[in-house]
Design a binder for this molecule. Structure first.
Ligand code: TRP
Length: 467
């Protein structure tokens, strides 16, 4: 029955293109920018361990669920859940949860585009030679200067959003393949070169130690952040992977493909960490410095090696491409939905949504400068306040959006999809769609989807609340 459905948005030419697109979606700022800084903030090894466990036990089952839901229904997340739920004689209200996910994707895109913009800015800065022979303190100041200038951030944020919208307006299936085929492998090579550089700093083992030494007292601390980031990194929980699954040819094996994508993504994260932390320690920087970590450390590497200027430009171009191929997967679910539901053309739907995301993104822009002092969820000396200007603790607006999306909405979205596939669609539908040859492997996979992932997500939430 479901096998004959076709997507109105087109489909990938082959399984290989799905791998490229899904890897393009997964590998991005999450691996290169966010993973290292979160590892720094949450104390190294404990966070890394939790992250890896969450990828394997929670992220993978969810990713499988999303892909198979997408491929079975061939529609945008909300319509997929509506139709499959009705098929299985369940409530159409499941689609509301998917709708919330699609909105979450747009919220993520709003700040993602700002940070994508930072990497565009750095392409130019490196190309100009701004970082030649730079020291740690200057690199820190350079980043601080950049983010303190709202106009500069807006310029690049705008450009990044336009680039993403452009591909989506033309249709994902058409635009993606050619660029990713070259860029993704190249990104990998440059990360290896960076790793080579960090080997020469004399602090490589310090980096390794930081990332893999287990401080058990911090395990609980980083648990919810690690889970949220595992979903973020794999692009699951909002329908990005679902919509890419919807464009997947029927003949492709889902399980092998999804595992390959998850492995690649995790590998890039670890590589990025191993490349960055030795530089952090050799320059005496603070590992828990936060979102600026990558933008302060990398100029140090590129500013102080032969051919650094050229390599730096190439590297940031690749980071921007990786970010761009992720950003489009954040926009696509809602675009596909509106194209399905309305008579408005893809071009106008894309333009309108990109504008909204751009506008919301201004909040993130300003939280690094003119709204820097606006703090939410402040608890000072035992007293809790929702909002206070100029407080020392609390979250800025970017922090709030990041917290709400990664720690609350992504896990809830992930829970929705994995429960939907394994409980609503049920074993037979999942078996049919996964078409795994090995029966015991299927049994284990289904067990992970049906029990381990949902319970795991709930336990992590509970642990956070009881902490
Ligand atoms: N995974 C991407 C990254 O790591 C970001 C991303 C794309 C994403 N699509 C997503 C995150 C959907 C959460 C949900 O850079």
């Amino acid at each position: 029955m479901a096998g004959d459905k076709v997507s109105i948005h087109g489909s990938w030419a082959s399984r290989w293109v799905f791998i490229l697109a899904a890897t393009g979606s997964a590998v991005g700022l999450g691996s290169i920018w966010k993973f290292p800084y979160m590892t720094g903030v949450y104390g190294g090894g404990a966070f890394v361990l939790m992250f890896l466990l969450c990828i394997a036990l929670l992220g993978l089952p969810v990713m499988l669920a999303e892909t198979l839901i997408g491929r079975r229904s061939r529609q945008s997340p909300a319509n997929a859940l509506r139709e499959l739920a009705l098929d299985a004689a369940h409530s159409h209200k499941w689609s509301w949860a998917a709708f919330a996910g699609m909105i979450t994707a747009l919220l993520i895109l709003s700040f993602y585009s700002v940070v994508g913009g930072w990497s565009l800015d750095y392409i130019v800065d490196l190309g100009r030679g701004d970082f030649q022979g730079i020291g740690a303190e200057q690199a820190g100041r350079y980043f601080a200067d950049m983010v303190s200038d709202p106009w500069r951030l807006i310029l690049w944020h705008t450009l990044f959003m336009l680039l993403s919208a452009w591909v989506i307006a033309r249709g994902v299936v058409a635009g993606l393949e050619r660029s990713l085929r070259i860029m993704m492998p190249l990104l990998f090579v440059l990360l290896l070169i960076l790793l080579g550089y960090s080997l020469t700093t004399g602090y490589f083992m310090a980096g390794v130690h930081f990332m893999f030494n287990l401080d058990t007292s911090r395990l609980l601390d980083g648990l919810l952040p690690a889970m949220g980031h595992a979903f973020f990194s794999l692009s699951v929980g909002v329908g990005s992977i679902l919509i890419y699954g919807a464009y997947m040819p029927k003949s492709s094996s889902i399980a092998g493909t999804v595992v390959a994508v998850a492995l690649l993504d995790t590998f890039v994260s670890l590589l990025a960490g191993l490349a960055l932390f030795p530089i952090v320690f050799s320059a005496g920087l603070n590992a828990s410095e936060g979102p600026g970590l990558m933008f302060v450390t990398l100029p140090l590497a590129f500013g102080n090696v032969a051919f650094g200027q050229l390599m730096g430009v190439v590297f940031f171009v690749l980071v921007a491409v990786a970010a761009w191929s992720s950003a489009i997967s954040l926009l696509e679910p809602m675009v596909a939905y509106l194209v399905e539901r309305t008579k408005v053309s893809r071009l106008w739907v894309t333009a309108a949504l990109a504008f909204i995301c751009w506008f919301v993104g201004l909040g993130t822009v300003f939280s690094f400068n003119i709204w820097k002092e606006a703090k939410f969820f402040v608890s000072e000396g035992g007293a809790f306040q929702l909002y206070q200007w100029g407080a020392t603790g609390g979250l800025d607006l970017f922090g709030v959006i990041d917290f709400f999306t990664s720690r609350i909405m992504l896990p809830l979205g992930a829970l929705t999809f994995v429960v939907f596939a394994s409980w609503v669609m049920g074993r037979e539908a999942v078996r049919d769609e996964l078409a795994m040859r090995n029966a015991s492997l299927f049994a284990v996979t289904f067990f992970l989807m049906r029990y381990v992932a949902p319970l795991g997500i709930l336990i992590v939430f509970a642990a956070q609340l009881l902490k």
